[in-house]
Design a protein around this ligand. Structure first.
Ligand SMILES: Cc1cc2nc3c(=O)[nH]c(=O)nc-3n(C[C@H](O)[C@H](O)[C@H](O)COP(=O)(O)OP(=O)(O)OC[C@H]3O[C@@H](n4cnc5c(N)ncnc54)[C@H](O)[C@@H]3O)c2cc1C
Length: 130
């Protein structure tokens, strides 16, 4: 019996296990340097915690909600020639029917106010925290 033929090479210099952002990044840079790289992923799609899934008609983040502008991700995407449209993400914090939007740093005061409103017996501690 002969082994099945495949058009893909069976020989790699590096095998990266896991196609999350770390594995994809490593594989991109390895491949770009001419190193024969195999990227393996156990799930149906790559991305790992940087992704989303649909459950009962609702889309959920798999993990990451937003990239903080720490100066790494966008320069790296540019360097790899990847053009992705990003939109500003603001954080909303909700407890029961109360909701505040944290858009600028000063909005953290509204969060303290909400906590005080929801937990009036903890008001003193809340204001010590903020
Ligand atoms: C709830 C939550 C919220 C977060 N929010 C933020 C945020 O807002 N901002 C932020 O910057 N970061 C956030 N993070 C952190 C960020 O998501 C992770 O640091 C980052 O995505 C990790 O990437 P990774 O590639 O290292 O791992 P992962 O994304 O975990 O990728 C690992 C990959 O390896 C695969 N794998 C595992 N074992 C095998 C195997 N044996 N064979 C083949 N494949 C395998 C997995 O399926 C997966 O695709 C959050 C994390 C969580 C859990």
């Amino acid at each position: 019996m002969t082994a099945p033929t495949t058009s893909r090479s069976e020989h790699y210099d590096v095998v990266v296990v896991g196609a999350g952002i770390a594995g994809i990044t490593a594989a991109c840079y390895l491949g770009r340097s001419g190193i024969r790289t195999l990227l393996l992923e156990k799930e149906d799609k790559p991305g790992g915690l940087v992704g989303s899934f649909i459950h009962e008609g609702f889309t959920f983040d798999s993990g990451i909600r937003a990239f903080e502008n720490s100066g790494i991700v966008y320069p790296m995407l540019r360097d790899l020639g990847i053009d992705i449209h990003a939109c500003k993400s603001t954080v909303s914090v909700g407890i029961a029917s109360h909701m505040v939007k944290i858009t600028v740093q000063e909005d953290i005061g509204s969060y303290a106010d909400m906590l005080s409103a929801v937990f009036p017996n903890l008001k003193t501690y809340v204001h010590e925290l903020f």
